[in-house]
Write a protein of this length. Sequence first.
Length: 79
Amino acid sequence: MRSEEAQIGKRVKVRQDYRKANLGGQEGTIAKTWANPAFTALDVLLDDGTWQLFWCQELEPVDGNSRDPRRQNRATAGA
């Protein structure tokens, strides 16, 4: 993901080659951006409810249609 693409509310996916294997492939939503001319860091609320800080290059944008169905069910159930 490029810094220009990083926007609060955007759905993202952790790259499969991320250094922590247990996070690779997880999806979440950008909650905060920490911009710097050289690097952009992102606070991401993962679908499992945890927060993680990532660099832009550690994430990929996600098509809005590929959301985790469990997350959609929680949202419609008011959870």
